[in-house]
Design a protein around this ligand. Structure first.
Ligand SMILES: [Zn+2]
Ligand SMILES: [Zn+2]
Length: 370
């Protein structure tokens, strides 16, 4: 069977950067195209899925961004084989066929996907810290992703979302947003947001907006300020928080008594600029990665006030179930970050190859209806 997929090819001309898995200066001249691929016999542990919606993530955009010498500047781990890599890790589909060893799934079920394939035998996995699996493979970055009309996906990544997705187009679109919402959920957990906390969210992309929404409506923050340089995204952020600010204006006169900073912008200098306003036992959760260093000038403030800086990666460990239940009970509106729904797999080329700025300057979450 032939199916259309969105594939990235690149020239492997470099090496991993040190031991930290950063692939900076490893792949050059990425090329994105729609390719016909033939589906082999279905793996016994996989599902064959007809995709209904794709979500375009910032990571997909970063994968297509290059420096002056054509190297991909994305700092997430990537592994692009010679024949190319199917892109994509956010989306929802309907099961066509079930591998012979797979239980719990049936054709016709709606499924959404986690995007980190864990090994389940490393020390982290066996301690229950699946987001930190040392052998993790990121879907659509280190293994084939889900940007295809029909894709084979490991059943271990799939969640049955029929209960929320089966009855309306809007609910199917919501199911396509579970993954980024779960990333934000884990960030709020890692930042240990408690009732009454004052929270600052840096960056109003989908993860930033979901973080603001969850901090306020679910984790009980008393106030949430969002800081974002792009006007379109600032306008969008208004309904998720108490106040929205442009970068310059916010840092000229930052608020006092901040309990939590969620960094979802990648501009780590912003953390340094409000660091001195953090309360005792303040927490900073870093999510966005652009491979830039974090500088904290006021180290005395950190020591004196027992401030915690924590990295936050992933959405495993139960966040999917929490987000699905919150949506089911109308506690969060997953579709509220969606700003464009476009039609056809070819549109991935339009957005990721030709109009990256449209995603960042004129959108929050772009969904593609397959
Ligand atoms: Zn994503
Ligand atoms: Zn593992």
């Amino acid at each position: 069977m032939l199916t259309k997929t969105c594939v990235v090819n690149a020239e492997k001309n470099g090496r991993m950067n040190g031991g930290d898995r950063r692939p900076n200066r490893m792949y050059q001249n990425p090329k994105l195209h729609i390719a016909e691929m033939s589906l082999e016999k279905l793996d016994p542990l996989s599902l064959r899925v007809k995709m209904l919606y794709f979500g375009i993530c910032g990571t997909d955009v970063h994968l297509m961004k290059v420096d002056s010498q054509g190297y991909i500047v994305c700092s997430a781990p990537i592994d692009i084989p010679e024949k190319g890599l199917i892109l994509g890790h956010e989306g929802v589909g309907v099961v066509l066929e079930v591998g012979s060893y797979v239980k719990n799934f049936k054709p016709g079920m709606f499924v959404a996907f986690e995007s980190i394939l864990t090994c389940n035998y490393c020390r982290s996995c066996r301690s229950g810290n699946f987001n930190q699996c040392t052998n993790a493979k990121l879907v659509g970055l280190e293994m084939n992703g889900i940007f295809g009309e029909i894709v084979d996906v490991s059943a271990s990544l799939a969640h049955d979302v029929s209960a929320i997705a089966a009855d309306s187009r809007l609910n199917i679109q919501a199911a396509a947003c579970i993954e980024p919402a779960s990333v934000a959920y884990v960030a709020c957990e890692n930042a240990k947001i408690k009732g009454g906390d004052k929270v600052v969210v840096l960056g109003a992309g989908p993860i930033g907006l979901f973080s603001a929404m969850l901090a306020k409506d679910i984790f009980g923050a008393s106030s949430v300020n969002v800081v974002e340089p792009v006007e379109f995204r600032r306008t969008k952020a208004g309904r998720f928080c108490d106040s929205v600010h442009d970068v310059g204006e916010f840092f000229d006169d930052p608020p006092d008594n901040i309990d939590v900073i969620i960094e979802a912008s990648g501009d780590l200098d912003c953390v340094n600029r409000i660091f001195h306003k953090l309360n005792p036992n303040g927490r900073i959760a870093l999510l966005a990665r652009l491979g830039v260093p974090l500088r904290i000038d006021n180290v005395d403030h950190l020591i004196t006030n027992a401030i915690t800086i924590v990295g936050s990666r992933g959405h495993l460990g139960g966040a999917f179930h929490k987000v699905i239940d919150l949506y089911k009970h109308k506690k969060i509106d997953l579709c509220s970050v969606v700003t464009t729904v476009d039609q056809g797999i070819d549109k991935l080329i339009y957005y990721l190859r030709e109009n990256q700025d449209k995603i960042i300057r004129e959108n929050c979450k772009v969904l593609i209806r397959v």
